[in-house]
Design a protein around this ligand. Structure first.
Ligand SMILES: Cc1cc2nc3c(=O)[nH]c(=O)nc-3n(C[C@H](O)[C@H](O)[C@H](O)COP(=O)(O)O)c2cc1C
Length: 191
């Protein structure tokens, strides 16, 4: 089982990445492999809404997304990782997600399905400073839609509220343990 982690925070070693690495450890302990892509390190143009993908299902903008598309296509499980920024995904994550409009075109305009029946799944990991009941709603909805465009089922989410300082999550050992278990459950096929 090959998992791809798309790190969407610009903060290296911040809350979302720290938890994502724990999830990755859990996956590896169950025999899976994990690759990480830090979106902030890539040169990515926003979707141009040009419709260039509508006849091919392939984006016409040739930048670092070429490698992201390849990595997503090769993965069995995908963990999308983003802090909450203004009640939504970080800009880096949203920009990457928008570029999957090409896969939306492939699925819904060209009616081409991808790796159907293989049980591929995607998950969201997100952290926020505040603790309101709707704090992750926008991130979850957007992520569900991104995975749908990728032709991947939504497997669930790992959400931690009330962590703001860069390493705040390290003070929550139960969440770190829960993150590792989340990874074990992914690799073990339980979620
Ligand atoms: C630009 C920006 C916008 C943010 N917007 C929100 C927000 O709307 N709600 C919230 O609870 N936290 C917000 N935060 C706080 C982050 O979600 C929080 O610190 C998170 O744990 C950061 O994760 P990271 O360390 O992985 O980057 C924002 C932070 C930044 C930098």
């Amino acid at each position: 089982m090959k998992m791809l982690v798309l790190l969407g925070s610009p903060r290296k070693g911040g809350n979302s990445e720290t938890l994502a690495r724990k999830v990755g450890e859990g996956v590896e302990k169950e025999g899976g492999t994990v690759d990480y892509i830090r979106l902030n390190d890539l040169q990515l143009r926003p979707c141009q809404g040009c419709g260039g993908c509508e006849k091919t299902g392939v984006c016409v903008v040739k930048d670092d997304m070429v490698g992201v598309y390849e990595a997503v296509d090769a993965a069995d499980r995908i963990l999308l990782v983003s802090p909450v920024y203004f009640y939504g995904l970080s800009g880096q994550t949203k920009l990457c997600g928008d570029r999957f409009q090409a896969r939306w075109s492939r699925k819904y305009l060209l009616k081409i399905r991808f790796r159907q029946g293989e049980g591929r799944k995607g998950y969201l990991l997100s952290t926020s400073a505040t603790t309101g009941p709707k704090i992750f709603d926008c991130c979850v909805l957007t992520t569900r839609y991104i995975f749908d465009a990728m032709d991947i089922d939504y497997g669930g989410d790992f959400l931690v509220k009330g962590v703001d300082a860069k390493k705040a999550v390290l003070e929550l050992p139960d969440e770190l343990t829960r993150a590792e278990q989340f990874g074990r459950d992914i690799a073990g096929g339980r979620i």
